[in-house]
Design a protein around this ligand. Structure first.
Ligand code: NIG
Ligand code: FE
Length: 387
């Protein structure tokens, strides 16, 4: 027993350990010791130390818990009819967000907590141990504030996305004044991040810059919805403002790619959105070859990507975006951590949080090789069994 009363656990018989640690990314026949919630030792299974608890994973693969750095989980209602219409040929537009805004505003706090908890449990059984949650379906001062308060019950990675779309009955410029004024004042205490949907039909370059600048001034760090539906200024702006991450990155110029590479801004790719909007996927190969840091996330939301599954995103990234299985799993773990500027998660090395998933497979490659199969057998968070 450690002094905190937590037990130590040693995982032995790990057929293939994917650590996401660039120093030693893969180990065969490995063992890992977790103590007081953090990784204390990694080495050959034959040399595994003693611990209070011994878990023999019998040749299965182990990976770090997934880090889902982009999710919109606080909402009510769904958009089944919109999805069905889209699959019959109606194009996706950001306007659908307003449908969810209406349903979310009319929902009670317990309903929203329940809905969020349901999605969070879905994430857990699919191996996600760290996740971000955005507001953005309230779009009034109080509705945004309560969304963030709810998000904070589930994660420290809370993002103020008051600038998701312009709500009905106001102009973009008037709304930006609210977002950067009273809404930011009410929301900043509940948020770590500020985000803006910089896109035709949402917020233009200047409005987006104002939103990010105001958020940064209030002590938040920036991330941006950029270049999802068409080419635009979002990625350039993310680099200019020193954002942690530019998310979507579907339509990029060569300049966007070199800006991302030079600035170190993470390109967070969200293939669930292209899947569910039947759009061309972002070109991950182009980004990786240019030296850009790439993350994968679900973008879970009721409109453009109603999935909580990181394994699904890994499979799409490998099949459709030119990533190798190793690159995709790295992007879904270490990449997500980098997009959240976290050093304690998304990686299995001494001192990191003991967050890991045991796969019902001999290799992480199976996440792409066996798409749609529930391969996550066990999930451990801070050294405790979660699933
Ligand atoms: O990331 N792009 C903006 N927001 C979401 C879509 C939200 C919606 O359609 O409800 C996204 O894809
Ligand atoms: Fe999003």
């Amino acid at each position: 027993m450690g002094s905190s009363g937590m037990t130590s656990t040693v995982f032995v018989g790990i057929g293939l350990l994917f650590t996401a640690d660039p120093e030693r990314e893969e180990l065969e026949d490995a063992a890992l010791l977790a103590e007081d919630g953090v990784v204390r030792w990694i080495g050959p299974s034959a040399h595994a130390p003693e611990a209070d608890e011994r878990v023999d994973v019998e040749g299965r693969a182990v990976i770090p818990g997934f880090v889902d750095s982009h999710a919109h989980l606080v909402f009510a209602g769904d958009r089944t009819a919109e999805f069905a219409a889209r699959m019959a040929g109606v194009p996706y537009s950001a306007g659908g967000i307003r449908t969810t805004v209406e349903a979310t505003r009319s929902a009670s706090v317990p309903e929203l907590v329940h809905n969020t908890a349901t999605l969070v449990s879905e994430m857990a059984v699919q191996g996600t141990t760290t996740f971000e949650i955005k507001s953005g379906y309230g779009l009034t001062v109080e509705a945004e504030r309560r969304s963030l308060e709810i998000a904070g019950q589930f994660t420290a990675e809370t993002t103020f996305l008051g600038a998701h779309v312009v709500p009905q009955g106001t102009t973009a410029d008037d709304y930006v004044r609210v977002v950067t004024g009273p809404m930011l004042d009410a929301c900043a205490p509940y948020a770590r991040w500020v985000d803006v949907f910089c896109e035709r039909g949402a917020f233009d370059e200047e409005q987006s810059r104002e939103v990010l600048a105001a958020g940064i001034k209030a002590g938040l760090r920036a991330r941006v919805h950029a270049n999802q539906l068409g080419p635009g200024p979002g990625v350039r702006l993310a680099c200019e403002m020193g954002a942690a991450s530019a998310d979507h990155c579907t339509h990029l110029t060569d300049r966007d790619v070199s800006d991302l590479a030079d600035s170190g801004v993470v390109a967070t790719l969200l293939p669930g959105a292209e899947f569910s909007t039947r759009s061309p996927y972002p070109d991950a190969r182009r980004l990786l070859d240019a030296g850009v840091n790439v993350a994968l996330a679900t973008d879970c939301n009721p409109g453009s990507s109603f999935t909580t599954s990181m394994p699904f995103c890994v499979a799409l990234a490998v099949r459709e975006m030119g990533m190798t299985p190793r690159e995709a799993v790295r992007a879904a773990t270490l990449g997500g951590a980098r997009a959240l500027r976290r050093h304690d998660v998304g990686i299995l090395r001494v001192g990191a949080r003991a967050d890991l998933a045991v796969l019902e497979a001999p290799s992480y490659v199976h996440l792409a090789y066996r798409p749609g199969v529930p391969l996550v057998a066990q999930v451990w968070q801070s050294g405790r069994r979660l699933v």
